[in-house]
Design a protein around this ligand. Structure first.
Ligand code: SF4
Length: 350
């Protein structure tokens, strides 16, 4: 079993294949990133495609759990995912089917995974396992999906229920166990079952128990993920205000956190935002955002509708080009653009 600590910048090895088109694209976008060009001669390498935007839990510092996402709930239209994948699929290294929603609630999940498998892209998603339609799960396990991340914060009911408000710990553990056993029964190595644990004030006390439990269940990996504070306030409040809003959730051991507890800032503020050159986030209604932290539709960079899509043009529209220019100059030239906040306060997420 692999154990990853994202606070130590672990490499999760999320890669499936290469292929000449994908390689050339990565070379071109990588070069644009190094030169900080406003125009990128290629497609994003990573796509976060949110398929179903709501989730039943009330996790206390998640913008979804707090019901602070101003976007209307929506469900991805199958014609829309075909449009998106036809354009981006040949160039993608990773396709993540979760942003702030719960993918197991999405009625066309199996169909989407089977469609995306036309391309050699690493496909995965995270789930809270509170919705678990058996028939859909069994079909999903027979697809060629690469990974399922199970979000279970804690190794005991007491710890789990502090953060996953409204969720059942025993259901989550039983269902993660089912995924491992059923996959093994099918004689398959994928999907890899990853246990994802947010590092918070409560889970930090159960690290060893989590590792022991993960081993006994037989998960392929455990990934410990430091929490971000006040995502909903990312572009509305100062970093200090956000830190103060949620500081009681942070682990007492600051080594398990992204934040410097004196300043309230990220310990290492990135100089450049990589996402603008290699990632795209698409919401179920087709809205496009430059990164996963953008929850307000007023900050979107575009919208995709079913039909023909020129992905290259979209990835180089006026919003993308201006945002890249601002990051390169480290100066806000359009305060209306969400990235202006990162230029002023430093990049806010890794
Ligand atoms: S808002 Fe910040 S983190 Fe998001 S894409 Fe823009 S610069 Fe990057």
């Amino acid at each position: 079993m692999d154990i990853y600590w994202l606070n130590k910048k672990a490499d999760l090895h999320l890669q499936r294949g290469s292929g000449i088109r994908r390689k050339i694209n990565a070379m071109l976008t990588g070069m644009a990133h190094r030169l900080r060009t406003a125009w990128v001669p290629g497609f994003p390498r990573h796509l976060i495609l949110d398929v179903f935007s709501s989730c039943g839990l009330h996790c206390p510092i998640c913008p979804q759990g707090r019901r602070e996402i101003p976007r209307k709930p929506s469900v991805l239209d199958p014609d829309l995912f075909r449009t998106i994948l036809d354009s981006f699929g040949p160039y993608l290294y990773t396709l993540t089917l979760t942003n702030w929603g719960e993918p197991l609630r999405y009625p066309h999940l199996v169909e989407l995974v089977e469609y995306a498998r036309k391309w050699s892209v690493y496909i995965g998603f995270s789930t809270n396992l509170q919705t678990f339609p058996r028939e859909k799960i069994d079909r999903l396990l027979e697809t060629d999906i690469d990974e399922i991340g199970c979000s279970i914060d804690g190794a005991t009911e007491q710890t789990y229920s502090k953060y996953r408000v409204g969720g059942s710990f025993s259901d989550a553990i039983d269902r993660m166990t089912y995924l491992v056993h059923k996959r093994n029964e099918l004689g398959k190595r994928t999907p890899r079952i990853r246990w994802q644990v947010l590092l918070n004030r409560y889970t930090e006390k159960e690290i060893e128990l989590i590792i022991d439990t993960g081993r006994s269940i037989g998960v392929d990996s455990i990934v410990f993920v430091p929490i971000y504070v006040d995502i909903a306030g990312l572009f509305m409040r100062t970093p200090r205000e956000r830190f103060d809003r949620d500081r009681d959730w942070l682990p007492l051991d600051s080594g398990m956190s992204w934040y410097d507890y004196e300043t309230g800032l990220l310990k290492q503020i990135p100089v450049i935002c990589d996402k603008l050159w290699d990632t795209m986030v698409i919401h179920p209604d087709g809205a496009v955002s430059p990164c996963c932290g953008v929850i307000d539709p007023a900050h979107d960079f575009g919208r995709i509708t079913p039909g023909r899509l020129n992905g290259l043009r979209l990835f180089n529209n006026a919003s993308y080009r201006t945002a890249r220019r601002m990051i390169r100059l480290r100066r806000s030239i359009n305060p209306e653009l969400v990235c202006s906040h990162c230029v002023t306060h430093g990049i806010l997420i890794y």
